[in-house]
Design a binder for this molecule. Sequence first.
Ligand code: GDP
Length: 372
Amino acid sequence: NQDEEKLTEYLDELEFLAFTAGATVQKRFTQKLTQPDSKTFIGSGKAIEIKEYVKENEIGTVIFDDELSPSQLKNLEREMEVKILDRTNLILDIFAQRAQTSYARTQVELAQYQYLLPRLTRMWTHLERQKGGIGMRGPGETEIETDRRIIRDRITLLKEKLKTIDKQMATQRNNRGKVVRAALVGYTNVGKSTLMNSISKSEVFAENKLFATLDTTVRKVVIGNLPFLLTDTVGFIRKLPTQLVESFKSTLDEVREADLLIHVVDISHESFEDHIESVNHILMEINAHQKPMIMVFNKIDGFSYEKKDEDDLTPSTRKNVSLEEWKKTWMAKSKYPTVFISALTKENFPEMKKMIYDEVMKIHISRFPYND
Ligand code: GDP
C-alpha cells in the first residue's frame, strides 16, 4: 500500500525532526480524512483518543506534521490541554537552536515573529503555564507578552537589519570577482557538509541530524590547479516553512548566484526521489533551475545498512539493490553529469573531481576566453 508507506516515511521524518529538536516520540496517531477539520484539523473522536493517551502517559507535547491555522492550534490546545507544536514551529525551533551567526539568528527571529504574530492570543494564555521547552526558544518571553504593534515594529526592524546584511553579503559576493562559484545543494542530511569537508579538507560540522547546516560556508577549493569557490548551503526539506524560504533569502542567494550547482542525493534513503523533487521545486521557486548542475549520488556505501536497534533513527535504506542496478535506472540517464560516490569512504572521488573540474573549466573558459 503506497499511501501507507508514504505516511510512514513522513512520520519517520517528523520523528527525526523531533529527535533533532531534543524530543523523544512515544506514539504516533494517524487519521484518514478527506480534508482537515477547519476547527481542529483532526476529528473530535481522534482528539479525545489523543487526549486520553496524553493524560495517561503524562505526555508533554503533541506534534502535528502540518502547519496548523492559528485557530486550529488554539482549539486543539484548549481541547487537549497539552502543548501543541506544528511542523513549522518545530522546524523554526531547530533553526533557532542551531543558528550560529548573527545573520542566521536574525533570520530565524524574523521567521519566528512572523509565525507568532497571528498566534499571539494563544501564546498569551500559554506562556504562563509553559516555560521553556521545544517551540518556546527564540523571542524572549517578555517580548512575546507585549502587544502586536510592538512585534510588528520588531519585524520591521529585523527586516531592515537583514536588508543591511543582505547588501553587505551581496558586496562580498561581488568582491569574490570572477572566480567560478559552485554551490552544494540537496535535501537535508544527504552529506553536503561531509562532502564539503572531504573536498576542501576543512572542518565543517557534520552530524546525523536534520539541519546540521544553518549558515553557509564558503571555501576556496583547488582541483588540478583550477581554483573555485564552494558553498555549503542550508539543507532543503519537504514543506519548508514559507517564513523560512522568505527569510533565508540570502542563504538562497548563494544558490541563486552560483555558476554551478552540485546536487547531492542520499541514494541510500528510501525516499530519495522525493528529495530530488523537493530540491528541484525550491530551485524552481528561486529561479535557479536552469543552472549547470552535477548530480552526485552519495552514500553508495550505505546500501547494506540495517537498523541497529529500535532507537536507531537513521532512515532505513533500500536493500537488495546493487549500485550497478541503480546505474541502469533513470537517474544515471539524467541530462546532467552524474556520479555515484561515498563521501565517507571517498569511493569514486577521482571521477567526481574530474566531473567538477570539467564543469568549472567550461564556465571558467566562457569567462576568460583569451587566457590559458
Ligand atoms: P548535510 O545535512 O547534507 O550537510 O549532511 P551531513 O554532511 O551532515 O551528513 C549527514 C549524515 O550522513 C552524517 O551522519 C554523515 O556522517 C553521514 N554521511 C555523509 N556522507 C555519507 C556517506 O557517503 N556514507 C554514509 N554511510 N554516511 C554518510
